[in-house]
Design a protein around this ligand. Structure first.
Ligand SMILES: NC(=O)c1ccc[n+]([C@@H]2O[C@H](COP(=O)([O-])OP(=O)(O)OC[C@H]3O[C@@H](n4cnc5c(N)ncnc54)[C@H](O)[C@@H]3O)[C@@H](O)[C@H]2O)c1
Ligand SMILES: [Zn+2]
Length: 669
């Protein structure tokens, strides 16, 4: 019997284990950061300990580049992993039950202190049968062969001088069946060549390299990529002219609307137009090359098949095609190749980048596979298996992010988002699931708000844009940046406001004018631009003017504030009349005094209020709170909740109204 002696260092940890984990992180980070190797986030890695006891492997749902000592990996008991493939009771199970069982057994094979619940890679059992160090990737330069009719023959020719001949693995369903197939093929290979295979080409899937050391595995990956890439070319079409910015904007709004019409869901839309996209789009047979199904499990899982070819941007026509896909039991396309413009992808957060990569690389693969005897795609049965695969569903859930709120993926702009109520509203909208552009004249403070959202939700839900609401150019530029980032607009909250606290007889004219500029002109400029976009987009929308209780009941020594806040209410009523036919609702919130985080309630202003009411400054807050029926201090989140309500579909019949959030001071009739 072979006995493994584990060496221990002075801290009592396995030296072999330390080294294996260090190697795993090193190779994962190196390949993960190289765009030629890792595309669309696909791939996984593993390193076994030299004593043969453990295998460190990438965890499902974490990118290779993000792996570190604290996260992104699991340690598995190698014997337990191998036992799964060899267990005859598993073979007998029905496909779906079997895959669920295998995933559970993989989780049970983990032997580490990881408490996050991260699952080991779904390809872990496959790694178990290979050499010490394994790198598995889905690089497009390799996939071009794996998805081509003559691909296998070409690869054999390219690598015929290799000492260890590559092992060709015909397509079988991923998961358990693939692991079993590899086990058999590797055993056969070892009998035939008296050695382990080094390179494995998996039909319509990807590349595995395996070597005794991390360094050797990395060198081998690079060699394969270089050799495969050398004969390939990007798609050869050329554009005579670049798409206009207006065209791109319009196409984004159109794709977003089509997606909304077909699915009832909101999504950001991103645009890509690199050399590969442009070259492909101008190929004479581009439409035909996209008409065949998904190339790989990745393309099926992330983008629901290849990009949809769009001759003309017509939201209704695209929506009809998406609805037909849904009607046929398919998930709707998440990518659209628009003739003469470029590639548009629908998707949120982490998933958006992956979808875009997978689809763009698929264009490269398709164009090259076409030159190697034609494209080979997944068959119907192969697609069906993937669609039902439990592990893929789990991976998808992880990368797309969970926790959807009632404003999930609505695109919002908030002015004055760097402080006080603007900040609270921006955070509140993000908590409800919206993607929020944080605009403020003070960019640094808006960055702080972004930090709060990143901590609590995700950095991808916030975008800081410096904006002076009184400047037409700045406002226009803000919406351009927003459209370039997310591709649409559903919500505008006008919150940037000022309150020069002067008695009528003392009010300097320039302070008066500034209040009109920020509180009225600023609201108008933002609303005008937002309405133009919402109308063009055709999905309705919601505009909120943050007014104040002083817009209803005048407050003393606050003439410019009273006038502008009342003006905001009445502007909103007019806009509601104009925009109603486009499904755009316009409402106001009139908060009472909100002290939390407000710069309006600065020490100077508090002194003015103390004087005005004949009290001490420290008595000001209780004084105002006591004026409310509820005797309740109003907090930022209270106002944010009112905004979320008015922006949500629950307020679908409410427009031109003022919602007073003041703990019961001004009772509107
Ligand atoms: N705090 C309250 O008691 C209260 C009550 C009712 C209504 N409101 C309304 O809420 C809004 C915000 O008030 P707050 O108390 O949170 O104020 P605040 O001063 O704390 O925040 C206002 C933000 O607007 C920004 N801003 C100022 N001028 C700008 C410009 N030209 N362009 C872009 N951004 C600009 C500021 O940089 C600041 O970040 C105002 O419209 C105010 O009328 C406040
Ligand atoms: Zn894979």
């Amino acid at each position: 019997m072979k006995v493994n002696v584990t060496k221990r260092n002075e801290r009592g940890q396995d030296i072999a284990a330390d080294q294996a984990l260090a190697d795993l992180i090193r190779i994962s980070n190196i390949v993960g950061k190289d765009p030629a190797l890792v595309q669309g986030g696909g791939g996984n890695t593993s390193v076994k300990t030299t004593d043969g006891k453990y295998m460190y492997i990438k965890a499902s749902g974490t990118a290779l580049k993000d792996m570190n000592t604290a996260q992104g990996w699991r340690r598995m008991c190698l014997d337990s992993v191998l036992a799964i493939i060899r267990d005859p009771s598993i073979t007998k199970l029905q496909t779906q039950t079997r895959e669920v069982e295998v995933v559970n057994r993989l989780l049970l094979a983990c032997d580490d202190n990881v408490t996050s619940g991260a699952r080991p890679s779904v390809e872990a059992h496959l790694h178990g049968r290979l050499d010490q160090c394994v790198i598995h990737l889905h690089p497009s330069v390799v996939s071009a062969y794996l998805n081509a009719k003559d691909g296998q023959a070409r690869l054999e020719k390219l690598f015929r001088d290799e000492k260890a001949q590559p092992l060709w693995v015909p397509y079988v369903n991923p998961g358990y069946t693939l692991a079993r197939t590899i086990e058999k093929l590797v055993a056969g290979y070892r009998v035939q060549f008296r050695r382990m295979p080094r390179i494995l080409f998996l039909d319509k899937h990807g590349l595995f390299v395996t070597a005794p050391t991390a360094g050797a595995a990395l060198r081998l990956v690079r060699k394969v990529i270089e050799r495969c890439g050398e004969p390939l070319r990007p798609p050869a079409g050329t554009r005579t002219r670049l798409p206009e910015e207006d065209q791109v904007r319009a196409a984004k709004l159109c794709v977003r609307r089509a997606f909304f019409e077909a699915t009832g869901t909101y999504t950001p839309v991103t645009y890509t137009d690199d050399r590969v996209v442009a070259g492909f789009e101008r190929c004479a047979d581009a439409k035909r090359l996209l008409s065949c199904g998904a190339l790989t499990p990745d393309e099926l899982v992330y983008s629901n098949g290849p990009a949809l070819w769009v001759d003309r941007c017509d939201a209704q026509a695209i929506a009809k095609r998406l609805a037909a896909q849904i009607g046929a039991g398919r998930k709707p396309s998440a990518a659209f190749l628009v003739k003469d413009v470029g590639l548009f992808t629908a998707g949120t957060g982490k998933i958006a980048q992956t979808v875009r990569d997978v689809v763009a690389y698929s264009l490269f693969i398709r164009a090259n596979a076409r030159r190697m005897g034609g494209i080979r795609t997944l068959t119907r049965a192969e697609q069906k298996f993937i669609n039902e695969w439990e592990s893929e569903a789990f991976r998808m859930k992880l990368v797309s992010g969970t926790g959807q709120g009632q404003l999930h993926n609505r695109i919002a702009v908030v002015t004055g988002a760097g402080s006080g109520l603007g900040r609270s509203i921006a955070v509140g909208l993000a908590r409800a699931g919206a993607l929020v552009a944080l605009t403020d004249i003070d960019e640094k403070s808006a960055q702080e708000t972004a930090g709060i959202i990143a901590c609590e939700r995700s950095a991808k839900q916030a975008k800081v844009i410096r904006c002076d609401v009184t400047s037409e150019d700045s406002v226009r530029e803000t919406f351009e940046q927003l459209l370039s980032h997310w591709g649409g607009l559903d919500i505008l909250v006008n919150a940037a406001g000022i309150a020069p606290p002067y008695a009528l007889v003392d009010m300097p004219a320039d302070k008066w004018r500034l209040a009109l500029e920020v509180n009225l002109t600023g609201y108008f400029l933002m609303a005008r631009e937002a309405a133009r976009i919402m109308i063009a987009q055709g999905m309705g929308g919601s505009v909120i003017n943050l007014s104040s209780k002083s817009g209803l009941d005048a407050s003393k020594n606050n003439a410019a504030y009273n006038a502008t806040k009342a003006g905001e209410l009445h502007m909103a009523r007019g806009w509601a009349l104009e925009l109603g036919e486009h499904g755009i609702r316009v409402n106001c919130i009139a908060p009472g005094n909100v002290f939390e985080g407000s710069k309006i309630w600065n020490p100077e202003y508090i002194k003015v209020c103390a004087r005005k009411n004949g009290i001490r400054p420290d008595e000001v807050i209780p004084f105002y709170v006591n004026k409310t029926a509820l005797r309740r201090e109003i907090k930022g989140q209270d106002v944010a909740d009112a905004v979320v309500f008015l922006c949500s579909d629950k307020a679908r019949t409410i427009t031109g109204q003022t919602l007073v959030a003041d703990s019961g001071q001004v009772m509107v009739r």
